[in-house]
Design a protein around this ligand. Structure first.
Ligand SMILES: [Cu+2]
Length: 500
């Protein structure tokens, strides 16, 4: 579509936040409008620049981006007009294709003003997929906005403002469930920025993104400090050769909340990032590679050391182990449930273990992380799978309170998964910045001997060689506990109490 600033053509590494405002009342998924201006859409578009190129128009009919699963769009309509005002004072320059400059032709000094409007209708609960027995829910929405672009010699200033309005319905579960119209959900926001050509091969850039979203605040998606969702992104572009360009961008973002696992206080962190990438053009092929700078790099020397002891370890285990087990029951005091408590054997002196080869899957299904708590041996790769028709994000603001181990895996659609190898001990609190009600935990433990309690608090840890161990627990709401265990016979039975 003829967007004033498209993400496909943008010279920045990050998307414009206001384009990605995917609506809006995303609880239960019944109103989760997948519509984003930046997403590719199928349709037909007419347009033109009828006179001297100063006026342009376009009109598009599209299928919308919300065309899978239980949510679908009817035909959407997009309309845009813009007018450029040529500010060259010299009439000869003004009428030429480019203005004359001391070092050759240059772009005209000009201002372009534009207007855009998008109207569509979301059909939720298509074919009764989300709420069987209930009819399809029609939710019209629109986006309306204006934009400006100013060009003077080596400087370009630009900005866009937009307002969004989405009809919203809420489903109340029950037998039978009921649908009711809720207040419409709105947002406003935009971006402003500047580019300056320091040299023909070096551009300094910055843009400021701001979104004030009622839906963000109501749903906390994402919850933010000072209720803002603003981002300042300075960057640069360097043309190394005619076909190689290096781009970089630093993003200074708003604060996001997390709960301190020790004190329970709400603290804030800024998931600031630096992104860099290379544009490389070879023959007619165009490749663009982006990679993110990561702070928690795998410790290669440690992995090498662990690999070195692997052979002897296998022999030891084969000789010594029978099917011994530790089992028992966890009772709780001051906590709702004894379920989902991790019980594990703490690090054993002089004993090292291979990082496991098998991956563990954490599913995102029906707006929840499943399982809610997963315990893994240090070095395990966890595959985060999205099984929902909506995009989910996975991030953790820290591992056991250590903020530098925070990580954001990004957002991905249904059916796709992203792996992450957990090399640091501790608990990662999983969150989704699209759905604040989602939470889960990955408890990374130092030995392969661990279990998570069932709904009655029972646990069983099998295949442990005989010996004396320290048993520890981790739980979402309770304090950690420690208990010595002497596993001399086939089975050691341990009862533990976890307190608030
Ligand atoms: Cu989610």
């Amino acid at each position: 579509m003829d967007l004033p600033f498209t993400q496909a053509r943008t010279i920045y590494l990050s998307d414009y936040d206001v384009y990605g405002q995917a609506n809006v009342g995303g609880i239960l998924g019944t109103t989760n409008n997948q519509f984003t201006l930046g997403a590719p859409q199928r349709g037909i578009e007419f347009g033109g620049t009828p006179n001297n190129g100063n006026f342009s128009w376009s009109l598009a009919v599209t299928n919308g981006s919300n065309d899978s699963g239980p949510s679908r769009s009817s035909k959407d309509v997009y309309f845009r007009i813009s007018q450029r005002f040529n500010l060259e004072r010299d009439p000869e320059s003004r009428n030429a294709i480019q203005a004359a400059g001391p070092t050759g032709p240059r772009d005209h000094t000009s201002v372009r003003l534009g207007f855009l409007y998008y109207y569509g209708k979301n059909q939720q609960n298509q074919d009764g997929l989300l709420f069987p027995g209930l009819a399809t829910i029609q939710e019209p929405f629109y986006r309306v906005g204006g934009d400006v672009r100013f060009k003077y010699r080596k400087l370009e200033l630009y900005g866009l403002g937009m307002f969004g309005h989405d009809d919203n319905h809420v489903v109340t579960p029950g037998a039978p469930p009921t649908i009711a119209a809720a207040p419409a959900v709105k947002f406003s926001g935009g971006f402003a920025g500047a580019n300056y050509w320091v040299y023909p091969w070096l551009i300094g850039t910055f843009h400021y993104d701001a979104v004030n979203s009622h839906a963000d605040f109501v749903n906390g998606t994402p919850a933010s400090q000072y209720r803002t969702r603003n981002r300042f992104s300075p960057g640069f572009q360097v043309l190394l050769r005619a076909n190689i360009k290096i781009v970089g961008e630093y993003q200074y973002t708003f604060g996001q909340p997390y709960t301190d696992p020790v004190t329970g206080n709400t603290l804030f962190f800024r998931p600031n990032t630096f992104q860099t990438g290379i544009d490389y053009v070879r023959a007619r092929k165009f490749n663009r590679t982006h990679f993110k700078y990561e702070r928690n790099v795998m410790n290669l020397s440690r992995i090498a050391a662990e690999a070195a002891v692997a052979t002897s370890l296998v022999l030891t285990l084969a000789g010594a182990s029978r099917a011994n087990e530790i089992k028992g029951k966890v009772s709780v005091q001051g906590i709702k449930s004894a379920e989902n408590i991790a019980v594990y054997v703490d690090a054993i002196a002089d004993k090292k273990f291979d990082p496991p080869k098998d991956h563990v899957v954490v599913n995102q299904r029906k707006m929840a992380f499943i399982p809610h708590v997963v315990a893994v041996h240090q070095g395990t790769t966890v595959d985060f799978l999205n099984s929902d028709p909506v995009g989910h994000n996975v991030y953790w603001p820290s591992i056991s309170g250590i903020k530098k181990l925070s990580h954001n895996l990004g957002t991905w659609p249904k059916g796709e998964k992203k792996p992450f190898q957990f090399n640091d001990l501790g608990t990662a609190s999983l969150l989704c910045n699209v759905h604040p009600e989602m939470s889960g935990y990955v408890v990374v433990v130092p030995t392969p001997y661990f279990a998570v309690t069932d709904k009655d608090g029972n646990f069983e840890i099998k295949n442990i060689p005989a010996g004396k161990y320290t048993l520890k627990t981790w739980s979402e709401d309770g304090k950690p506990t420690t208990q010595a265990v002497d596993l001399s016979g086939a089975t050691a039975t341990v009862d533990l109490t976890v307190k608030k």
